[in-house]
Design a binder for this molecule. Structure first.
Ligand code: DX5
Ligand code: ZN
Length: 228
């Protein structure tokens, strides 16, 4: 098993057959299902609310597949309970979206859900430094959040490396997740820099190959980094 979690983002799935696409990702040995929530305020796009994680939850639960919910919404405190009730195993909030990040993270943990914190490309790593001991995951956005199918921002690699160093220095076991423009082409680069969870939407649900083949290809690329 590779020490990196592959998290297909269902934002890129075909919503006319969402259940089938989710089942294909599960059968194709995805590790987590990434669920992108956008409110049209924190990001310039609206995706969907708790109804979608709630809908796919039975499929995920039957396969012991965690729902990794990424909240790209202003003032996320208002909706934490609803997404926890919809089946989120983890709730990741943006450091930029909440005035009292520590309070938000504690509120997530009180719901018995794992807590993650995301930062946008232009946000410095200092924004997550103090919250590190409290979280299960740090998400480095490698595109500006809001849309699938964008291109990976090249400076992200150095940022991933710096965060890896910060986690090592603090002996943190938090997952280092990357999200945006991740594909088999740059998976080795981000994993070599220290990423341990790869979110991918269009690279997994788009294109001509099957969802399972896309996941396998990404895992094979990651294997080359560890020579396994
Ligand atoms: C971007 C979302 C991503 C998105 C990734 O705002 O947070 O999870 O779905 O899509 P791709 O992999 O197509 O860049
Ligand atoms: Zn996301």
């Amino acid at each position: 098993m590779i020490p990196v979690k592959i998290a297909p983002s269902i934002l890129a799935a075909d919503f006319t057959r969402l259940g089938e696409h989710v089942s294909e990702a599960i059968a194709g040995e995805a590790d987590w299902l990434h669920v992108d929530i956008m409110d049209g305020r924190f990001v310039p796009n609206i995706s969907f609310g708790p109804m979608i994680p709630q809908t796919i939850r039975p499929l995920a639960d039957a396969a012991n597949m965690p729902l990794d919910v990424h909240l790209m919404i202003e003032d996320p405190d208002r909706y934490l309970a609803q997404f926890a009730a919809a089946g989120a195993a983890r709730l990741t909030v943006h450091a930029e979206s909440t005035r009292h990040l520590h309070r938000t993270v504690q509120a997530i943990k009180e719901l018995n859900v794992k807590a993650g914190v995301a930062i946008n490309p232009a946000t410095s790593l200092t924004a997550v430094e103090e919250i590190l001991p409290d979280v299960d995951l740090i998400l480095i956005m490698t595109v500006n959040p809001g849309f699938g199918g964008q291109r990976y921002i090249p400076q992200s690699t150095a940022k991933i490396r710096r965060l890896r160093q910060m986690l090592t220095e603090r002996r943190s076991n938090a997952w280092l997740q990357v999200d945006g423009g991740i594909s088999a082409k740059n998976a080795a680069e981000v994993v070599a820099a220290g990423a341990t969870s790869l979110v991918a939407g269009s690279a997994i649900f788009g294109g001509k190959k099957s969802v399972a083949d896309n996941i396998t290809e990404m895992k094979n690329v990651v294997r080359t980094v560890f020579s396994i």
